[in-house]
Write a protein that binds this ligand. Structure first.
Ligand SMILES: [Fe+2]
Length: 312
């Protein structure tokens, strides 16, 4: 499939390659900041919700400085409005860049969505039609953001509760074309993928086959709420069994991909988050051991199938 979009091959941004981000991290929430500083739990990395830390000064500023000394960090944003039609907010982007400089964050991510229109911020990750026109529009905005960041942007798939009849591309095809056009990288949220699978019947196999997995820089795992007739991407619970199954399946293709536990509502005590991160570590180890064992059996000439996990 050919896409008539700008080519990013001459942009020259170095690929995100911070080896300090590895293993299973957690999203650092404000209520845990002091405890993390005090107890220094052995979590390999933390992700900051950048939009919550843009104000200069204060105790929190000092706390973030201390966190950034002790832990490798990434920045996760919700305000770039990548698919929006308002001009890019350069004041906001400068604040993100300054926060990245202050914290030494390895990379910056945001979502494939729009969040504002006519200067009104909706505080929601809103979907848009996946068309060639939208692809050109989002590509130009991602390229502009990357020029300011002087680094690849990491773009995340979102959960959505409607689909557009005007879409001519699947979400995975759109993301694949976006990476081709801009050299951006991907944050694959497996809970979002699963929620869309249940709510819209998205084919997970087709999705993963269409996605350029080599561009996946990070994986998110989160919980969802089961509602009558649909799933709500509530980020308010432990990771569900089908999403763990998807994770085991993904790490067979991406054995070292960094993974993060996201929990945004009904935030539990810190040990619960750390236990979820530890489970991610053991789920990865289990999946890779199964892969190795399957390869060994296959090498013996006997019939063996590697773990084939249905996401549902
Ligand atoms: Fe996410």
């Amino acid at each position: 499939m050919q896409y008539s979009v700008v080519d990013a091959t001459d942009r020259g941004h170095a690929r995100s390659d911070d080896r300090s981000i590895a293993g299973a991290g957690i999203g650092l929430r404000h209520c845990h900041l002091e405890q993390v500083l005090r107890e220094r739990p052995p979590v390999p990395w933390l992700e900051l919700l950048a939009d919550n830390h843009l104000a200069a000064g204060g105790l929190e500023h000092a706390g973030l400085e201390a966190i950034s000394v002790r832990y490798p960090l990434t920045l996760h944003c919700v305000g770039m409005n990548l698919a929006g039609c308002d001009p890019l907010d350069h004041k906001y982007l400068r604040q993100i860049i300054q926060l990245r400089e202050r914290t030494g964050a390895a990379w910056v991510s945001d979502h494939l969505c729009f969040t504002a229109h006519n200067r009104r911020h909706y505080h929601e990750l809103l979907p848009f039609p996946y068309t060639e026109e939208a692809l050109r529009h989002v590509s130009e905005r991602v390229l502009a953001v990357q020029d300011l960041l002087q680094a690849p942007l990491v773009v995340e798939n979102v959960s959505a509760y409607l689909r557009f009849a005007d879409s001519s591309l699947s979400e995975a095809e759109f993301l694949a074309a976006l990476t081709h056009a801009t050299d951006c990288e991907l944050l694959l949220d497996l809970n979002n993928l699963y929620v869309n699978h249940v709510n819209h019947g998205d084919d997970v196999d087709a999705y993963l086959a269409a996605l350029p997995l080599a561009r996946v820089r990070e994986v998110h795992l989160a919980g969802h709420a089961v509602k009558p007739g649909y799933l709500l991407d509530a980020h308010n619970d432990r990771v569900s069994p089908p999403v763990w199954a998807l994770f085991r399946r993904l790490v067979q293709a991406l054995p070292e991909v960094p993974v993060l536990i996201e929990w945004d509502n009904d935030i539990p005590a810190l040990p619960v988050l750390l236990a979820e991160a530890e489970r991610a570590r053991t789920e990865r180890a289990t999946a890779l051991a199964a892969r190795t064992s399957a390869a060994g059996v296959a090498a013996d000439g006997r019939t063996q199938t590697a773990e084939s996990v249905s996401p549902c």
